[in-house]
Design a protein around this ligand. Structure first.
Ligand SMILES: *[C@@H]1O[C@H](CO)[C@@H](O)[C@H](O)[C@H]1NC(C)=O
Ligand SMILES: *[C@@H]1O[C@H](CO)[C@@H](O)[C@H](O)[C@H]1NC(C)=O
Ligand SMILES: *[C@@H]1O[C@H](CO)[C@@H](O)[C@H](O)[C@H]1NC(C)=O
Length: 402
């Protein structure tokens, strides 16, 4: 039960900040990304339907459209590690594995574009990618041009096999070369996470100036434990993290794992809702051929997607954490008489097997518009009408649910 003091919502804004000015991702990117679910499976001989291959990405692009994800905003089809040949071409160009991508990356990009979608690719600011394929170090300009010539729309640049100290120069330099190609490409950086791991305080003002999104913390794994560790990281470090988010520049807590093996239904709802509060990229990493309908419905919840995609682009915060109950709050549109609307998420981290009651007033959560607020439950589709800011509301929250 929430009885102790609730901290007043403090929102810090980065007023008039410079930011990467490529006009892209004014709301967080949405799409599908191979890594968490399909990893570095290169065994097309024995596992042709699941290996990292042309076929996998065409299949997922087809399903993103035919299963209704594209209509809801899921747009990018993103390749991750293990697409490359182990060698550059004789002219020094990156080239895909010729068995698994027999038509080349331009052909795949053209196909994805023909479906009305966008194409993302993966590389690494180092001598090798994390899985040991050629990195971009020494070939930044050439590789940026190669990506542009293939019709790439989004580049995720990882940070294995490089020196984190070099990243303050290297990530901006590759961004410069991307920009010089003239092709707008979303630039996703792993710059801060590698620096944090090696004890360097990231220069977030430079990161915002040079990247559209960036990873702060661990890769997500297919488990509630992993998801909880990410939730804790973003809550515990929110004063450093939250002010850096805004249109065109986002924190990336990593992929949505909804619909895979490791999360229950409640936990899946938790990830989706919390990612929306965090203004996170919504990059599904799931097998869209076999996802169960109830998980698909979570990924396709229009109202929660709308929270994620709110045009103000203000990342939410954890405003309460006590005895396993957390409250997360994000200012969103519409504004009314200079007061924000809010997305509010009640999270139950308790494991004592029965729903927990959360008793709270809107006022205690920092929602202080004199006229009150119209309250809706975005999962249950219930409209509670207009509530006064001093009305005590009671919410039942399921264990590990939202
Ligand atoms: C990358 O490879 C070059 C050439 O072998 C080497 O000099 C350099 O130290 C390597 N860089 C990193 C970050 O390992
Ligand atoms: C390159 O950078 C300039 C200046 O920030 C910006 O106006 C332009 O849109 C960028 N172009 C591309 C293709 O990213
Ligand atoms: C951060 O990077 C900017 C360049 O974007 C630079 O002007 C500033 O001095 C750097 N800050 C620190 C603390 O290194």
């Amino acid at each position: 039960m929430v009885s102790t003091r609730i901290f007043t919502l403090l929102t810090l804004y980065l007023v008039g900040s410079e930011a990467l000015d490529n006009g892209l991702v004014q709301t967080p990117p949405m799409g599908w990304l191979a890594w968490e679910r399909f990893r570095c499976n290169t065994d097309c001989k024995n596992d042709p339907a699941n290996c990292i291959s042309d076929r996998l990405f065409r299949t997922m692009a087809d399903l993103v459209v035919s299963e209704g994800y594209a209509a809801l905003g899921y747009e990018y089809i993103n390749v991750d590690d293990c697409w490359l040949d182990k060698q550059r071409s004789y002219t020094g160009q990156l080239q895909p594995d010729s068995v698994r991508f027999p038509y080349g990356m331009k052909d795949l990009a053209d196909y994805i574009h023909s479906k009305g979608l966008k194409f993302g690719i993966y590389e690494d600011y180092g001598n090798y990618t994390c899985a040991g394929y050629p990195g971009i170090l020494g070939s930044l300009e050439l590789d940026a041009h190669t990506f542009a010539s293939w019709g790439v729309d989004y580049v995720k640049l990882d940070g294995c096999y490089s020196h984190p100290r070099d990243m303050d120069i290297g990530y901006p330099l590759f961004g410069y070369h991307l920009n010089r190609t003239g092709r707008p490409m979303v630039y996703s950086c792993s710059w801060p996470v590698y620096q944090i791991y090696s004890g360097i305080q990231p220069n977030f003002s430079s990161i915002i100036d040079n990247c559209n999104l960036w990873r702060n913390f661990d890769d997500i794994q297919d488990s509630w434990t992993s998801l909880e560790s990410i939730i804790d990281y973003y809550g515990n470090h929110q004063d450093m993290i939250v002010p850096n988010a805004g249109p065109g520049h986002w924190n990336d807590p990593d992929m949505l794992i909804v619909g895979n093996f490791g999360l229950s239904y409640e936990q899946s709802k938790t990830q989706m809702a919390l990612w929306a509060i965090l203004a996170a990229p919504l990059l599904m990493s799931v097998d869209l051929r076999t996802i169960r309908p109830e998980y698909k419905a979570i990924l396709q919840n229009r109202k929660i997607i709308a929270v994620d995609q709110d045009p103000l682009g203000i990342q939410g915060r954890r405003i309460y954490k006590h005895k396993g109950i957390e409250i997360w709050v994000r200012p969103i549109t519409p504004l009314y008489e200079n007061y924000f609307s809010y997305a509010v998420a009640f999270l139950n981290r308790r494991t004592d097997g029965t729903p927990s009651d959360v008793l709270v007033t809107l006022n205690e959560m920092g929602l202080i518009a004199p006229g009150g607020y119209r309250v809706q439950d975005l999962y249950e589709d219930v409209d509670y009408g207009v509530l006064d800011m001093n009305t005590k509301i009671k919410v039942k929250v399921n264990p590990s649910g939202m």
